[in-house]
Design a protein around this ligand. Structure first.
Ligand SMILES: N[C@@H](CCC(=O)N[C@@H](CS)C(=O)NCC(=O)O)C(=O)O
Length: 230
């Protein structure tokens, strides 16, 4: 059975669309991208947690951490945590081949790097997005941000040294790890620095950016701004 037929079957088995609680340029974007690649129906509910207390309250009713992304599964259950959602989607719809299967030799690497992006990199933006969360004195905020951005660069560098990508990060096919890194590497210190510190990952991520099935999504949800290096 061809990939398209399989995707049609997957679609028909889902009566309720997924609801993605997200925002442009946020960690919901790789989830939206995974749903696009899987051909699954979803509805987007826009929440920008940085927009103030009314929005925080609205979001906290969905995710007690008051963060995006969150996803309402067709079962009605709400799931949070970007890495967990991406892994779940790839595992739940294996026909989409967005992750190495449980018995695959690349599975440990897959789980390692999905968790690494979430815990070693993504979690740090809780501080850089609002350094007053850890330091009252605004005079120290630039230093905190600069130091954390150096840390993020060193994490990307380490990933670049340890991974040996083919066309994509874990092999010949695009997967949720590529979507996750393609998104997180657009955040500060930005994609140009990412290419400099982790040049071995550049090819896979550029290919992820230019997958024709995702071009509309990237343009709508996380466009490169003028001056950004592609
Ligand atoms: N561990 C969470 C982190 C989510 C997160 O930090 N989301 C950001 C947007 S990209 C957010 O909602 N920030 C608002 C806040 O933390 O107050 C995940 O991986 O989903």
């Amino acid at each position: 059975m061809g990939r398209n037929r399989l995707m049609e079957n997957v679609k028909m088995s889902e009566s309720q669309p997924f609801i993605v609680y997200g925002a442009s340029g946020s960690g919901s974007v790789p989830i939206e991208a995974a749903l696009e690649l899987l051909g699954l129906p979803y509805r987007l509910e826009e929440h920008e947690p940085w927009k103030g207390s009314a929005e925080t309250e609205r979001l906290a009713a969905i995710n007690p951490m008051a963060q995006v992304p969150a996803v309402r599964l067709p079962s009605g259950e709400v799931m949070t945590e970007s890495a967990a959602i991406l892994i779940w989607l790839a595992d739940r719809y294996p026909e989409g081949r967005l992750a190495p299967a449980i018995g695959d030799a690349r599975r440990p690497d897959f789980l390692r790097w999905m968790t690494f992006v979430s815990s070693a990199i993504y979690a740090l933006y809780w501080v850089t997005d609002n350094p007053s969360r850890v330091l009252e004195d605004a005079g120290g905020h630039d230093e905190i941000k600069a130091k954390i951005y150096r840390r993020i660069e060193s994490c990307w560098a380490l990933m670049g040294e340890q991974l040996a990508p083919q066309n994509f990060l874990l092999g010949e096919e695009i997967g949720v790890l590529d979507l996750y890194v393609a998104t997180a590497s657009r955040w500060s210190p930005d994609r140009r620095r990412f290419y400099e510190v982790a040049p071995s990952l550049a090819g896979a991520i550029r290919r992820t950016d230019s997958d024709p099935r995702l071009s509309r999504l990237w343009a709508r949800r996380f466009p490169f701004e003028p001056g950004w290096e592609r």
